[in-house]
Design a protein around this ligand. Structure first.
Ligand SMILES: CC(C)(COP(=O)(O)OP(=O)(O)OC[C@H]1O[C@@H](n2cnc3c(N)ncnc32)[C@H](O)[C@@H]1OP(=O)(O)O)[C@@H](O)C(=O)NCCC(=O)NCCS
Length: 448
């Protein structure tokens, strides 16, 4: 929560006022959010979004409070007609903690849509991001829409596998054998272990959300059970000692289990952990009764398509679940590049071009980036205006550079997809793939 921030109050047309929310708005915003996302034909309310909103107003996430919500109020009726919350957090990029912010739970009442109310609130939130030193923003949102506010898809999200409860069987070699690890619900005493173990994911994932044990504690034990972002955690143990954990959530109808994380420490291997998780998950799924009295048949693993577990079992993990993607906005490219300069320098040092010195100009057509290297060190980086075609060593159209920066695609992949993404010389192509690291797996479970 950032109480020191000035309270916004912006008069808009038609008796509308955009303002920061107060604690008194909590119930109205929660009720609004429970229905604003609903879609035809059923227009079923989503109480889990209402509970998520209540938790955020209550400060369950210590970085968010009522004044991180914007609301647009129709002063004629006194009703809230549009709202968003700005969730400040820290994401880790290649080992470097990076402050960022995520607008979430975005909605406008159907009678007030397409009048620029979300656009206005995004402008306010981007200003907050600047004041808070946020180096980028992300949104998990409806297709295309956020491109209108300077965002580009740049990080794969929620990819993995989708399977059925019945397919989870047959994990263990012998019919009657027990899994190598036992499983139990996490308790408050486990949060330090979970936070430490989670750090191991950084070895295989380029971008993750940074979580300390306090964040884990509030996520595991501070939230309303029915919140959309309430996850349960199971601890995997070897001879009574925690060696791994997995995290899962269920839908309100309890007709699907989403597994969001599986991490282990050095005491155990992935085969033992994965088989034990699958056995435990099967018993959990068997025990769940759906809202309409049936069985919970769907299981999804959304922690990234490259997870080691997927290499160890095939039929149990069902079929591929294609990723969606995070929208990412980088308001100041030079500032973010400079922030992760040690990652860039390490890539260069480990490459065929180690120790390279030179000036590099990258064109985004309507703007550009200039970087200066001296003996492998990034000595300067700055944003520029347009760069003449012959002067730039690499070209990325519009915001597509963000995809390379966040490792969604390598420069070479982008060049193969986009006619206006290119270098003049092979060495420049090689340099782009080195500096931005090529395609890298990421798996972000935001701290929302
Ligand atoms: C999507 C939604 C949030 C848009 O709210 P809004 O207040 O109408 O948005 P704005 O008017 O500020 O939209 C900004 C621009 O996007 C356009 N736009 C609005 N809805 C759009 C949509 N669904 N797809 C593409 N563009 C859209 C607007 O016309 C406007 O264009 P302009 O600035 O060039 O005039 C609203 O339709 C809604 O609440 N939908 C249901 C809930 C939902 O899907 N929320 C998003 C979850 S990620």
């Amino acid at each position: 929560m950032t109480p020191e921030l000035p309270t916004e109050r912006i008069e808009l047309e038609d008796n509308l006022v955009l303002r920061t929310a107060t604690p008194e708005d909590a119930e109205e915003v929660a009720a609004f959010n429970s229905v604003v996302m609903t879609e035809p034909p059923d227009y079923e309310p989503e109480p889990e979004i209402g509970d998520w909103t209540r938790d955020l107003f209550d400060g369950v996430n210590r970085r968010v409070g009522p004044n991180d919500f914007t609301v647009v109020e129709d002063t004629k009726t006194g009703k809230i007609v549009s709202t968003i919350v700005y969730i400040s957090q820290v994401w880790n990029i290649g080992g470097i903690d990076t402050p960022m912010g995520m607008p979430e739970i975005v909605g406008t009442h159907p009678d007030y849509r397409r009048r620029g109310l979300v656009r206005k609130q995004f402008e306010v939130m981007h200003e907050w991001g600047k004041e808070r030193g946020h180096l980028f923003n992300t949104v998990m949102g409806i297709p295309y829409y956020y491109k209108q506010f300077g965002y580009e898809y740049a990080l794969d999200a929620w990819g993995g596998r989708a399977t059925a409860r019945t397919a989870l069987s047959g994990v263990l070699a012998k019919k009657d054998s027990t899994p190598p690890l036992t499983a139990r619900n996490a308790s408050r005493e486990d949060v330090t272990f979970i936070a430490e173990t989670e750090l191991n994911s950084r070895r295989r994932l380029f971008v993750t959300a940074a979580r300390d044990s306090k964040i884990f504690e509030s996520e595991l034990f501070g939230r309303r059970d029915a919140s959309m972002v309430f996850y349960r955690t199971r601890i995997l143990e070897q001879n009574g000692v925690p060696v791994g954990y997995y995290e899962y959530g269920t839908t309100t109808k309890r007709d699907k289990i989403d597994v969001n994380a599986l991490e282990i420490n050095a005491a155990v291997n992935w085969l033992d952990a994965t088989s034990s998780m699958l056995v435990d998950l099967k018993s959990l799924a068997d025990a769940i009764e759906t809202a309409d009295g049936g069985k919970c048949e769907k299981i999804e693993f959304g922690f990234g398509s490259e997870h080691p577990a997927f290499k160890l079992f095939d039929s149990q993990f069902g079929s591929e679940k294609k990723p969606y993607a995070w929208f990412v906005r980088v308001p100041d490219i030079a500032a973010l590049v400079s922030h992760i300069s040690s990652v860039i320098e390490a890539r260069l040092a480990a490459s065929d071009l180690h120790g390279w010195s030179g000036d590099l100009k990258i064109s985004f057509y309507r703007s550009g980036l200039e970087m200066n290297f001296d003996a492998g060190k990034l000595t300067a980086v700055k944003n520029t205006g347009p760069i003449e075609r012959d002067e730039a060593q690499a070209h990325y159209p519009d915001l597509t550079f963000t995809k390379a920066l966040f490792g969604q695609y390598s420069f070479t992949q982008l060049r193969d997809m986009l006619n206006d993404c290119f270098t003049h010389k092979p060495a420049h192509q090689a340099l782009q793939d080195i500096l931005w690291g090529g395609q890298q797996a990421s798996g972000v479970l935001p701290t929302n």
